[in-house]
Design a protein. Structure first.
Lengths: 563, 291, 316
């Protein structure tokens, strides 16, 4: 399994031998590069002080049911929302992009000696005052166990990217652990920060099946809340952990309530049965009304995903760049943003979120210009045939578009596209599927014509998009990434490999800027807007801080309290 | 047990089925409503100045009677009335065709199983049982996942989940009737098995068949809406009553007419079919027509 | 009778094998898989996905997987959920209570109300009551359940504020009154269609019977009307209802599925839909087998009862 990351294309083999100091600037810098968007958080009223002892409860509604409580196994965002409360990582990323130590005493850097100059030796000092929810002290053994568990061939680990490079784990003291990396790999800082939670050795070493044990449904962690109860299909209750090593918790209880319908979820928020609408938040069409509700506050924050139309570049007409440009010109983006999404998202031209350090300003702006689109297609030899549909050399400008069925806004977008594109002689047909179908082979093996999808292109907080746009990353061609667009460009490959070898932030910014220009020019994707989520909380609930670096904004419930 | 059984309520055998049907005012009303719906679905769209798929994003959510759009516009500014008529066209077709397929399949399976009994009956009825064991939604989901969504597949899928009821009803009726004197008598007269099955026995089951068939129309139109609800069924931009209703869900509070209009048309259509079936049942009560 | 029961049991077991094979094949042949949901988020690479697929044994040929699953099931091991790692039987049983509560409430309401309406309607055919009941039943059967549920929420929860907008209970409040309060709306929605169906079947059945000549004969003999009704008519009219009851389970489950979705009721229907959505094969198969067994038991009992009470049906 040592080749996990190598084949994947972002690992050691690809990065080459990086050079030392800069590497660790990258580690810190990459995360620090995130800045906060203006609308990300705006607690208007001055927060009162948190209570001395945990008080009250919060009912957080989720539209998907959390079911995976072992934080190292495959899980979705709502599962991660639970993990953040029950477990702790070594360090985490603040909304402003800084790494903040959690189980570690300090974030390792070259300056503090936590990292060797060559980036291969990591020395982590741990807190010695941390106790598991069952009272057992947390030690370096737990960290070692967690990393080894991820690499255990019998364990269904979510991902081994980065972890598979870790060798020679040595426990120097109960509060200090060292290891060697097989190759330097800077994103590992971010991987450890965002989703690598430490699990208890004293419980898990005894289980016979690492994939299924009592722990999986009654996890024990070091997080601010300990496991309460789970009523499957209904809710999960977590209780304040008095022995928590960090700030908080200030709430006596948090309850994650599963409400499968977003309409019902909003209704319950409106009627006051729910204190916080977590994932997937409030539907755009309710936001206007929600803002007028008494005693409720609505936050609209950016996420790091980019909503776009994904063309399959190997599919007939889409192989022609002129077609892609004409289609892009033919999209009434403003209508999609202002009408269908109620003006909540911001339009974008890049795959990089606008809050990231690597975001390239000044990319060519999209314009809705059907006349130009028509002229472009005429010039490229696409002539109108029967029914007004263009064709060229026997290939008709006809294609299907797919998205997750049941996603109202995307389905409306599709219908708008049908009409907009009919005007330029392109015929689009809708072919939607449920999530379990569309994101399987259909998407992975590039069996689609075009898809509307929101994707977080970043690797942690790093703009290395080799798995998304590298020519060797197409699964349909035996690649290991998710370049399902089947994008191939020698220039992009060159920039990607160059960027991955650079460790100076300014240099990298230039390289990835060039890449963004190239992707925009090639129209490998037709970007629509940057992702967003509208969340509501009851007035008086303090401490909510959206965090674009996290996959869920309820990451810091330990700091929440009722005023 | 006697072969001919008489209705106590309408004791005059000379009255024709048609006259009895006409007495059933609800059935007449049902037939009338269906007629109006069918005519509206067939010709209505040509009378309107709006196309059912034409999007006018600036005029979205116009309430009913507020302008040129009689029933207002939907979330994309399309004319609701035009979509309603096109949707009714699609949904009624699906409902009717699926019902016919399901009834025919059900009658054939049920008649054979009931008449022959023994191994044939057991095998056929175990098949019916097996299919009945699947919750309808499971069957629909699994089958739909294997095919590409569309009008034909939706119709066939719905029929595939609806025929078993008819089969059960027919089988039970035929099984109990074939032992009775008139079937035995017919056999003695040398009638062929097929003839006895479909001329003598099945007509005796016409009342429950009609009840089941009417329920199946209701079921088919409703299943169409559930299929849309689960993301299959007729794909946008084409309208069906089901996908209109489904799309309207999230606007129930802000634009209730979007949900009310298709909801009422579905309810109206299905109710009418049920009344029609009820009337037919009274009218066609086969035991009154045995010469 | 004993031979008949043994015979039917053998048939039922054959049936389960067929059902399981069809279900297994349909489920696994359908596109998508339990890992699709992770593919979109980009947190797992193709390599990770392939590895977990292998670890779950999903890369083996389908017949091998089926035989493996079937063999384990015979030994009482129904497998473990891919989602939460719990044993399938315990996953089912943890959702069963909520569904039974809903189904039982709705069914009892529906049977009592439906039979009463049906009998009365048949006896007073074409009366105002009958007409209203008929019209009401028709409309009830014609309303899409999820739509009716949404309208109920809109009217009773949003506008009037009388009933909760969903859930089984208020968190932190385990009282019976609270449960009842939450139960009213979903049970009402589920019972609506059921009542209408029972009413319709009961009415048809009763009409059949009271028009039979033995009733006419009884009348002609001057037997008191109530005796005719209770001794002859009702007893015979209830016969076909046994079949209805036996076949009602999957319909009820389907109705519960939709009702549970609308009212966020944490039951089997919801579990089934989620498990299908996530392609949680062991749980979906488990629910399928569970409901198949329930249906078979239901129809077996119905047939046996039918055979007992209707001597015209020869058993064996």
């Amino acid at each position: 399994m040592a080749d996990d990351t190598g084949k994947f294309g972002v690992g050691a083999g690809h990065l080459g031998i990086p050079n030392r100091r800069q590497f660790f600037q990258l580690g810190a810098g990459a995360a620090a590069g995130w800045t906060l968007s203006g609308n990300a958080f705006a607690q208007t009223e001055r927060p009162t002080n948190p209570p001395d002892k945990p008080r009250g409860q919060v009912i957080a509604a989720l539209s998907q049911e959390p079911t995976v409580f072992h934080p190292l196994m495959p899980g979705i965002e709502v599962d991660q929302g639970i993990w953040w409360q029950v477990f702790s990582p070594l360090w985490f990323i603040e909304p402003d992009g800084k790494f903040v130590p959690d189980l570690a005493r300090e974030v390792p850097t070259i300056e503090n000696g936590g990292l060797s100059a060559d980036g291969l030796t990591w020395k982590i000092k741990l807190r010695s005052d941390v106790k598991w929810h069952d009272g057992t002290p947390f030690t370096a053994e737990d960290v070692k166990f967690s990393i080894e568990l991820i690499n255990n061939p019998d364990f269904r680990a979510r991902s081994r990217v980065g972890h598979s490079l870790v060798k020679d784990i040595k426990i120097v003291a109960p509060d200090e652990i060292h290891w060697r990396m097989e190759a330097p790999y800077s994103p590992y800082m971010s991987i450890l920060a965002s989703l690598t939670f430490i699990v208890p050795k004293h419980i898990l070493e005894k289980v016979s099946d690492p994939n299924s044990s009592p722990f999986h449904n009654a996890p024990v962690g070091t997080g601010p809340f300990s496991w309460g109860e789970r009523v499957p299909g209904d809710h999960i209750q977590l209780n304040a952990y008095a022995g928590y090593h960090g700030k908080g918790p200030y709430l006596e209880r948090v309850v994650f309530k599963y409400i499968p319908s977003l309409t019902v979820l909003y209704t319950q928020f409106r009627t006051g049965q729910v204190d916080y609408t977590g994932l997937q938040g409030i539907l755009p069409n309710f936001v206007q009304e929600a803002k007028t509700l008494k005693g409720r506050k609505i936050f609209v924050s950016s996420t790091s995903s980019v909503e776009h139309i994904a063309p399959n570049l190997e599919f007939g007409p889409f192989a022609d760049r002129a077609v892609r440009e004409a289609l892009y010109l033919g999209i009434n983006k403003q209508a999609i943003i202002d009408a269908l999404n109620y003006g909540l998202p911001t339009q974008t031209e890049s795959f990089v979120p606008q809050q990231a350090w690597s975001f390239q300003q000044g990319l060519p702006q999209h314009k809705y210009d059907p006349a130009k689109a028509n002229a472009l297609l005429d010039a490229a030899g696409w002539v109108r045939g029967s029914g007004g549909v263009r064709e060229k050399g026997g290939v008709k400008l006809e294609f299907t578009n797919s998205t997750t069925s049941g996603n109202a806004v995307r389905e409306q977008t599709q219908q708008l596209l049908i009409q907009d594109w009919r005007a330029i002689g392109a015929s689009m047909r809708v072919n939607n599927m449920p999530a379990a179908v569309i994101w399987g082979d259909f998407w992975q093996q590039s069996k689609f014509n075009s898809v509307i999808v929101g994707v977080n292109f970043m690797l942690g907080s790093d703009p290395d998009v080799t798995p998304r746009f590298g020519s060797g990353a197409t699964p349909a061609k035996g690649g290991r990434g998710y370049n399902t667009y089947q994008y191939q460009s020698a220039e992009a490959d060159r920039l990607l490999s160059e960027g991955a070898k650079q460790f100076d932030l300014a240099q990298r910014k230039v390289t990835y800027g060039e890449l963004q220009k190239l992707i925009r020019n090639d129209l490998a994707i037709l970007p629509l807007f940057q992702g967003f989520i509208a969340e509501g909380i009851k007035e008086g609930l303090q401490g909510f801080r959206p965090n674009i670096n996290m996959s869920i904004n309820s990451w810091n419930m330990r700091e929440w309290y009722w005023a | 047990m006697a072969t001919a059984v008489f209705s106590a309520a309408q004791p005059t055998p000379s009255q024709g089925a048609w006259r009895r049907f006409c007495r059933h005012r609800l059935a007449l009303a049902g037939a009338l409503v269906i007629m109006v719906l069918v005519l509206g679905a067939a010709f209505g769209p040509y009378l309107l100045p709006f196309d059912d798929t034409y999007i006018d994003i600036l005029k979205r959510f116009a309430p009913p009677l507020s302008g040129a759009h009689i029933l207002g516009t939907d979330e994309l500014g399309r004319d609701v009335l035009a979509r309603l008529m096109m949707g009714a066209r699609v949904s009624l077709s699906i409902g009717f065709v699926a019902m016919v397929i399901a009834t025919v399949v059900g009658i054939v399976v049920g008649a054979f199983a009931g008449f022959y009994g023994g191994v044939v009956g057991a095998v056929l009825m175990r098949l019916v049982d097996a299919v009945l064991c699947f919750p309808t939604i499971f069957l629909l989901l699994a089958l739909a996942a294997l095919t590409e969504p569309g009008f034909v597949t939706t119709t066939v899928l719905i029929a595939a989940t609806a025929w078993m009821w008819v089969a059960r009803v027919v089988e039970a009726q035929v099984r109990s009737l074939r032992e009775r004197e008139f079937a035995v008598a017919a056999l003695a007269f040398g009638s062929s098995n097929l003839r006895i099955m479909f001329r003598e026995l099945v007509p005796n089951a016409i009342a429950p068949i009609v009840v089941a068939a009417t329920l199946n129309v209701a079921k088919a139109i409703l299943l169409e809406s559930y299929l849309s609800y689960l993301g299959y069924g007729v794909q946008p931009p084409a309208a069906s009553l089901g996908n209109m209703l489904n799309n309207a869900q999230i606007y129930l509070t802000s634009a209730p007419w979007l949900a009310i209009a298709p909801g009422i048309v579905i309810t109206l259509a299905v109710t009418s079919f049920n009344f029609l079936g009820d009337g037919l049942r009274d009218a066609l009560d086969p035991r009154m027509n045995i010469p | 009778m004993a031979r008949y029961v043994v015979n039917r049991l053998a048939q039922a077991i054959m049936l389960l094998v067929i059902v399981s094979a069809i279900g297994f094949a349909l489920l696994h042949l359908a596109p998508g898989g339990p890992l699709s949901q992770f593919a979109a988020s980009g947190q797992m690479t193709q390599e990770d996905l392939d590895r977990v697929t292998r670890q779950l044994g999903l890369d083996r040929p389908l017949p091998v997987q089926y035989l493996d699953w079937f063999g384990r099931m015979l030994k009482g091991d129904w497998g473990k959920s891919y989602r939460d790692g719990e044993a399938v039987l315990s996953v089912i049983s943890s959702h069963l209570g909520a569904t039974l509560e809903l189904m039982a409430t709705a069914t009892i309401t529906a049977v009592l109300l439906g039979c009463w309406i049906g009998i009365l309607g048949a006896l007073r055919r074409y009366s105002l009551f009958d007409s209203l009941a008929t019209v009401g039943a028709m409309i009830a059967l014609s309303i899409p359940t999820f739509w009716f549920g949404l309208v109920t929420i809109y009217v009773f929860s949003v506008k009037l504020g009388w009933l909760p907008a969903g859930n089984r209970h208020t968190i932190g409040d385990g009282s019976f009154l609270d449960l009842l309060h939450h139960l009213i709306a979903p049970a009402m929605v589920l019972a609506l269609v059921e009542t209408a169906m029972w009413g319709r079947f009961m009415r048809s059945s009763m009409l059949e019977v009271i028009n039979q000549d033995y009733i006419r004969t009884a009348r002609a003999k001057g037997m008191p009307e109530w005796r005719i009704l209770t001794v002859h008519a009702l007893r015979n009219a209830l016969l076909p209802m046994i079949t209805v009851a036996g076949l009602q389970f999957p319909t009820l489950l389907g109705g519960a599925l939709v009702t549970e979705t609308v009212f966020t009721w944490p039951g089997m229907g919801r579990l089934f839909l989620d498990s299908i959505g996530y392609r949680d094969y062991p749980v979906v198969m488990g629910i399928l087998m569970f409901s198949a067994i329930m249906v078979l038991i239901g129809s077996l009992i119905a047939d046996m009862l039918y055979a007992v009470v209707d001597p015209r049906i020869r058993v064996g």
